[in-house]
Design a binder for this molecule. Structure first.
Ligand code: SAH
Ligand code: SF4
Length: 357
């Protein structure tokens, strides 16, 4: 019978519980092995043979397998997308981004199979929602990408498939494993969680941690337009979101990123820029402009979505600059493998929930 319990997503404290009556030092040894990338009890050479055998009979370590790997290189860097097959057959994707200039490596992780938020410009959103990932399924993405990277990973961005703050419990558990002092000890300051704007989740994160960096996918600061582009905005109006961001910033002290995916002829007007300038006021924030990555078949109110033109972007940037807003423009990486922002979920090329299975 295949094991029902997998250890990759457990902290030393949880391991101690699960492995009872084994003593804490054993749980710590096992945690260290798993954090070091070991995926078989056979390789845990400081455990006796009989213990290794007993553990293999009772537990698994990884619950997922890598089903496919796709690479893409451009001037601005490389992207390697992997697709993971989960134990129930569901599929998710994770991406390793290597910056062509700095050489820094970033792991982009998913938290859900599909996404319930339904943002009109996003491939994942068009797939609908299948289910939340558990801690092991999130941690394993990191382990797989780390193995591909060969060396270390510099940053983690939780910007893959799904809305992280709608799966905060399991994301917390996963980050606890990745940041644990007894294991990888990955710095919380090098982790960014991106949300489409769940005010309650932002406050929860501020109150209970972990103290990671926060990015808000604003898209536009014009409430009426935002409601049409991002259906979840209805429960999370902009003033409430801004309050939650200020609250988070007060507690956490870190600069917030506001992501604005730029949709050609939709959210790049002077009014959009002015609304953004006023939203930023009072926050320590940097705006990250993300020219829309094409996803076939997506439209907005009957018109196909399109990439913004270079002049359109430049004009928008000028308006932000005049308003005194700090901004950066994201260089596209991973476009060829459907691994760029908002393109995840292209397995099989279609846009149906069934394709996760
Ligand atoms: N659900 C979270 C994290 C994943 S989406 C969130 O929405 O923040 C990560 C980022 O990709 C978001 O900022 C989103 O606005 C952006 N995005 C979605 N679809 C995109 C597309 N087709 N092109 C460019 N960016 C996109
Ligand atoms: Fe979900 Fe983020 Fe895509 Fe919106 S942009 S549908 S929240 S993954």
């Amino acid at each position: 019978m295949p094991p029902e319990l997998f250890l990759s997503g457990l902290s030393p404290e949880e391991l101690l519980d699960v492995l009872s009556p084994l003593p804490a030092f054993r749980a710590n040894q096992i945690f260290k092995w798993i954090s070091g990338g070991v995926s078989s009890f056979d390789d845990m050479t400081d455990l006796s043979l009989s213990l290794r055998r007993e553990l293999s009979g009772r537990f698994g370590i990884y619950s997922s397998t890598v089903d496919g790997r796709f690479g893409d290189a451009s001037d601005s860097g490389n992207a390697e997308k992997i697709s993971l097959r989960l134990r129930d057959g569901a599929m998710v994707e994770a991406v390793l981004l290597s910056d062509g200039f700095s050489g820094r490596k970033t792991a982009c992780l998913s938290t859900q199979a599909g996404c319930p938020a339904g943002c009109v410009f996003c491939k994942t959103g068009s797939l609908g929602f299948l289910r939340n990932l558990d801690s092991s399924e999130i941690v394993e993405q990191f382990f797989y990408l780390k193995a591909i990277a060969g060396g270390g990973i510099d940053n983690i961005v939780v910007m893959g498939m799904g809305e992280p703050l709608l799966n905060l419990g399991e994301l917390r558990r996963a980050l606890r494993v990745i940041t644990h002092k007894k294991g990888l000890n990955f710095s919380k300051r090098r982790i960014t969680v991106s949300t489409c704007g769940i005010a309650e989740g932002i406050r929860d994160l501020a109150d209970k941690g972990p103290g990671v960096r926060l990015a808000l996918s604003l898209c536009t600061a014009r409430e009426d337009l935002r409601l049409r582009l991002m259906p979840l905005a209805r429960q999370n109006p902009l003033p409430r979101l801004k309050d939650a961001l200020s609250y988070h910033q007060k507690k956490n002290g870190q600069r917030i990123t506001l992501e604005a995916v730029l949709l050609g002829n939709v959210n790049t007007t002077r009014e959009d820029a002015a609304a953004l300038v006023s939203f930023v006021r009072g926050l320590d924030a940097v705006v990250n402009l993300i020219p829309w990555n094409p996803v076939e078949g997506l439209s907005f109110e009957g018109k196909p979505l399109r990439e913004p033109g270079e002049k359109e972007i430049k004009d928008f940037e000028k308006n932000l600059e005049n308003g005194g807003v700090k901004f950066t423009r994201r260089r596209r990486k991973g476009g060829e493998v459907g691994g760029a922002c908002g393109q995840l979920g292209s397995l099989g090329g279609g846009a149906k929930k069934e394709e996760f299975l």
